[in-house]
Design a protein around this ligand. Sequence first.
Ligand code: SF4
Length: 333
Amino acid sequence: MPRKKLKDANNVSLNITSQIKDTILTDIEIDPVALQYLPSPSEKIIRLNENPDPIGDNIYSPVAGIVNRHTDRVLLKITDTCSVYCRFCFRKEMVGKGAGILSKKEIDTAFNYIATHTEISEIIFSGGDPLTLSNKRLQNLISRLETIDHLKIIRFHTRVPMVNPNRIDTGFINIINQCSKAFYLVLHVNHEQEINAPISGMLDKLSRTPAVLLSQSVLLKNINDNITALENLFRALINNRVKPYYLHHPDLAPGTGHFRVSIKKGQQLMSVLRERVSGLCLPTYVLDIPGGFGKIPIDARYIESLDNNAYLLKDHKGQRHTYDDTQASDSSE
Ligand code: SF4
């Protein structure tokens, strides 16, 4: 009999794993891991600028499951299921609602869309979490994608490895090892506490495959919105051979205002981080423009265009320097 899904009073799914329990180290009222999963009365406060589809997936969805916002890549929301349900999730109105995996017909239509759009070179598996699917199902999906010549890159965005490291089993490692396309794994992790010994062991296994390992984190109030937390997180990632890729400014999902810091604070944190860590250790701080206009970097406060092909550059100490770009070979074009 299927297990009944646990939901809170706001119809948000609840689930945590034994790995997550092991990484909660302090009082759950303040613990940076616990706070990511436990319901809060603040979720009842819905702000005027919040939106059930905060990054505008729906208007760029030509067929079920596909989001085609950019010419060269598509997102495939293969399932609505996750291993854990994050209270700040940007797709909280979609995930864990019981729809499960796309139907065979929907998958056929989605793959046909990719096959007939030769400009698409990358597929991003998202959800929900693609790693909640069985290896057999994943292998089947990947084998079908391998027959599409113009598709070069398979990217998975997943939180599963960080919350259930045992999921990275021999079967999944074999799938990566045998995949003929470039394979990228983007791991969702928000606090150094989440990277304990079992996670390091799992990352060691993954780092021996051809997969490129990247991370994405969300800047979250009272969880990682301070220099120490961010520095420790990004250093732990590069020490485990994972390149910090994105630091997301939280999206305007309903009832998530208590997680949001100001953009100004995020920019200040990035400025200080830039002084303290190498470029390898530094993710790009990004914001998805509400309404589906895509992701932009928002820590680029270091360059300002002046007249006559000149720029004002701000160094990490806040000092300004002019840069003459008139000698560039295309400056008169
Ligand atoms: S794992 Fe990702 S998709 Fe799932 S609830 Fe968390 S943020 Fe949302």
